[in-house]
Ligand binder design. Structure first.
Ligand code: IPE
Ligand code: IPE
Ligand code: MG
Length: 264
């Protein structure tokens, strides 16, 4: 049996406060930094916008594949708080692609039992983008077969800073009791609070950094970097990343499982 699939009882929890949150088997929650659209377009002497459009098709394929592979939660990075530094035409393209993706795929996702959530700062988004987001969330709110979380105008630091503000207010008002103060209580104020713990972060295109994605949640996630450019991505790449995940032994700061078993 691969280490990641070992039953919980055999793992060494030590003093890990999140021990009971661990998935009993393979990955439940996978996040993807969908990177490389620009380089994909450049290689073909196409405008970057066509790279982003091809990236949406890759997202559609990958979401279908994720549900078929039995994943419960997927969080994808669609637009970062730093992406506002791109040219206005590119930003406009990314905004309209989000709208088009939701418009074209919402009915199918809804019928397949997917719940859509969008995380990230909403106040900077235009009313038409907000309307599409709110409509998609509302229409799928009773679904729970598959959870698709889209990080859009999302930054890990901004999310933590905003959560800290709400946390401080909740402590001041007594909504969080003094004896509750700690990691677990704080985590409930993050935009990702409703999902299971993050198991795996995938980044495509060969870059090896988080670029401000899910900083808190990444604490004990496994990281898999794949050289494929995002528009070329699909279920076969996701499957390969999950196989890599399953070959890892997650220790959470504890001792190596086989050493502990040998020591009795
Ligand atoms: C990822 O592709 C999409 C977004 C960041 C929105 P990029 O646009 O970053 O593509 P590269 O990294 O320039 O190739
Ligand atoms: C991260 O990719 C953001 C998204 C995929 C949406 P970037 O392409 O913006 O990240 P950097 O600039 O290479 O770090
Ligand atoms: Mg990039």
């Amino acid at each position: 049996m691969s280490p990641a699939l070992r039953p919980q009882g055999r793992s060494v929890n030590g003093g890990d406060p999140q021990a009971e949150e661990r998935p009993p088997a393979g990955a439940r929650h996978v996040a993807i930094i969908m990177d490389g659209n620009g380089r994909w377009a450049k290689k073909r002497a196409l405008p970057r916008s066509l790279g982003h459009r091809a990236g949406v098709n890759a997202l559609k394929r990958t979401v279908e594949g994720a549900a078929e592979l039995g994943l419960e939660w997927m969080t994808v990075f669609g637009f970062s708080t730093e992406n506002w530094s791109r040219p206005a035409t590119e930003i406009a393209e990314l905004m309209s692609l989000l709208k088009n993706y939701v418009r074209s795929d919402l009915a199918r996702l809804e019928a397949e039992g997917a719940r859509i959530r969008v995380i990230g700062r909403r106040s900077d988004l235009s009313p038409d983008v907000l309307e599409v987001i709110e409509h998609a969330e509302e229409r799928t709110r009773n679904n729970d077969r598959f959870h698709l979380q889209v990080a859009f105008n999302y930054g890990g630091r901004a999310d933590i800073a905003e959560a800290a503000g709400r946390y401080a207010a909740a402590i001041a008002s007594g909504a969080v009791a003094p004896d509750e103060v700690g990691e677990r209580a704080f985590g409930r104020f993050l935009s990702t609070a409703e999902g299971p713990p993050l198991d795996l972060i995938i980044r495509t295109s060969g870059e090896r950094r988080l670029s401000n994605f899910l900083l808190w949640e990444a604490a004990y996630a496994e990281l898999v970097f794949q050289d494929v450019l995002w528009p070329d991505y699909g279920p076969e790449h996701l499957k390969a990343a999950l196989e890599e995940f399953e070959s890892r032994e997650r220790r959470y700061g504890g001792a190596e499982v086989d050493d502990v078993l040998a020591a009795g």
